[in-house]
Design a protein around this ligand. Structure first.
Ligand code: SF4
Length: 394
C-alpha cells in the first residue's frame, strides 16, 4: 500500500449499536472506487485490486473499516478485510491449493445440506456475509446470489427429520444472521419439532464484524425463544484482539443474556495472529467478554488464501504451545485443528519432527477412523497434512 498517510477512515462520532442494521448495510465499502476514498492506493495497486475484486468480491462494513489504523500498511484488521495483490496468486510458496479443501462438495445432499459426519448436518443457508473475509475457506461460494433460502431450508429440514442419526445441525453460510429476522424465525421453526435434534448452532461472524445486528431486539427474541425448545449456540470467528471492542463485547453480552452460548473458531493467519502475544491476548480477551475459545484452525490450502496466510505447521505448533503456556486455564481449552478432507484432526503437538494428531470426527463412510492417533514427519515449510509422510504407530 502507499506510504501516504490517510486520515479519512474515522467514524468516531457514530454510535454503532444505535444504528439500524439494515439501513447501515448499503454503506459497506464494496468497490475499489469507494475503497480509495478511505485508504490511499497507488495507480498500480488500484489496477491490481480491480482484478482481485473481480475474482472474489469485497464487502467491508464501515464499523470494521473503522478498526483499521490507516497509517499502518501491516494492520491486522486491514489484512482480514481489504483485498491485496497477493490474492492474485492462486498457488504459491506454500504449495498447491484447492477450492474445496474440506471436501464439502462430496457430501452435498442438495438444498444446501452437507452431511459429512453421521451425527451433524451442516446447512448452507445463504452465501451472503456482512463482510467478505480475505481468508475465507468458502471463497468458492461466498458472495453468490441465493434467492431460494427459505424453500431450500424447508427441504433441508425434511432431510434432517428423515435421518434420525443426525443429533445436531449447523446453520452456516455465508452468514445466516444477516438474513432477515423473519427468515431466521422460519428456519428455526422448521427444526423445532424434530425430536432427535439435541442442539442447533448458527455460525456467524456478525458479532465481530457487524455487531449492530444484535441491537435488533426482535432477533434476540427469536433466538431466545428457540433456545427454550432446543439448545442454541453461536460459533463465531474472532481472529485478533483488536476485534474485541465495546461493540463486540455488547453484541456477545446480548447473546449471552438471551441464553445463547458463544464459542470462537479462529484461524491461525500469517501477519494477523501468528505471534505469541497476539494469541494470548486473543484467547484471554475472548474469555473476558464471555466467549469460549473452541477451535484454532490451521489455515486451509485454499486458492488465493494459502500462499500469504498459511503458517508452516512446525512453526505453528511451537507458537501455539508457547502461547498456551501463558493463557488462563479456560482460555487454553481450545483445540488446534486441521479441518481436512478425511475428517477433523486435532494437532496435539510434536516430538522432534514427528507431529502427532488425533482424529476427532470421521466421515460416515469411515467411522473406524474416529478417535485414532496419527503421526507424520514434519518439514520446515509444510503447512498441510498432504505435505508430510505418515509415520507408522505401534
Ligand atoms: S463471514 Fe465467514 S463465510 Fe463469510 S466471508 Fe467471512 S469467513 Fe467466509
Amino acid at each position: 500500500m502507499s506510504g501516504t498517510p490517510a486520515t479519512t477512515i474515522s467514524c468516531d462520532s457514530i454510535d454503532w449499536m444505535n444504528l439500524d442494521w439494515q439501513d447501515e448495510l448499503p454503506n459497506n465499502i464494496k468497490n475499489v472506487d469507494a475503497l480509495k476514498a478511505v485508504l490511499p492506493l497507488t495507480a498500480a495497486e488500484e489496477a491490481d485490486l480491480r482484478q482481485v475484486v473481480d475474482a472474489y468480491p469485497m464487502n467491508i462494513p464501515r464499523y470494521y473499516l473503522d478498526l483499521i489504523d490507516p497509517t499502518d500498511a501491516d494492520d491486522p484488521i486491514r489484512k482480514l478485510a481489504v483485498p491485496t495483490t497477493e490474492e492474485l496468486i492462486v498457488a504459491g510458496a506454500m504449495g498447491e491449493t484447492t477450492p474445496d479443501p474440506y471436501g464439502d462438495d462430496k457430501h452435498d445432499k442438495g438444498n444446501g445440506i452437507l452431511h459429512k459426519y453421521a451425527y451433524t448436518a451442516l446447512v448452507v443457508a445463504t452465501e451472503y456475509c456482512s463482510m467478505y473475509c480475505r481468508h475465507c475457506f468458502r471463497k468458492r461460494m461466498v458472495g453468490l446470489p441465493n434467492n431460494q433460502t427459505v424453500e431450500n431450508f424447508r427441504n433441508a429440514a425434511t432431510y434432517i427429520a428423515a435421518h434420525p442419526e443426525i443429533s445436531n445441525v449447523v446453520i452456516s453460510g455465508g452468514d445466516p444472521l444477516l438474513l432477515p429476522t423473519e427468515v431466521i424465525r422460519q428456519m428455526l421453526d422448521a427444526l423445532k419439532e424434530i425430536p432427535h435434534l439435541n442442539f442447533v448452532r448458527i455460525g456467524s461472524r456478525a458479532p465481530v464484524v457487524y455487531p449492530m445486528r444484535f441491537a435488533d431486539k426482535e432477533l434476540l427474541d427469536v433466538l431466545a425463544d428457540f433456545n427454550r425448545s432446543k439448545t442454541l449456540q453461536v460459533p463465531t470467528h474472532f481472529n485478533h484482539p483488536n476485534e474485541i471492542t465495546p461493540e463486540t463485547a455488547e453484541a456477545v453480552k446480548r447473546l449471552c443474556e438471551a441464553g445463547i452460548t458463544v464459542n470462537n473458531q479462529a484461524v491461525l493467519l500469517r501477519g494477523v495472529n501468528d505471534a505469541e502475544e497476539t494469541l494470548v491476548a486473543l484467547m484471554n480477551g475472548l474469555m473476558s467478554i464471555g466467549v469460549n475459545p473452541y477451535y484454532l484452525y490451521q489455515c486451509m490450502p485454499v486458492a488465493r488464501v494459502r500462499h500469504h496466510f498459511q503458517v508452516p505447521l512446525k512453526e505453528g505448533i511451537d507458537l501455539v504451545d508457547a502461547a498456551r503456556r501463558r493463557m488462563d486455564g479456560y482460555a487454553k481449552r481450545f483445540k488446534f485443528i486441521m479441518g481436512h478432507d478425511i475428517g477433523k484432526l486435532e494437532i496435539c503437538g510434536r516430538s522432534g519432527n514427528t507431529m502427532v494428531l488425533k482424529q476427532i470426527h470421521a466421515r460416515q463412510e469411515a467411522p473406524e477412523e474416529a478417535s485414532r492417533l496419527l503421526a507424520y514427519t514434519l518439514t520446515e515449510t509444510g503447512g498441510w497434512l498432504d505435505d508430510f509422510d505418515e509415520v507408522a504407530l505401534d
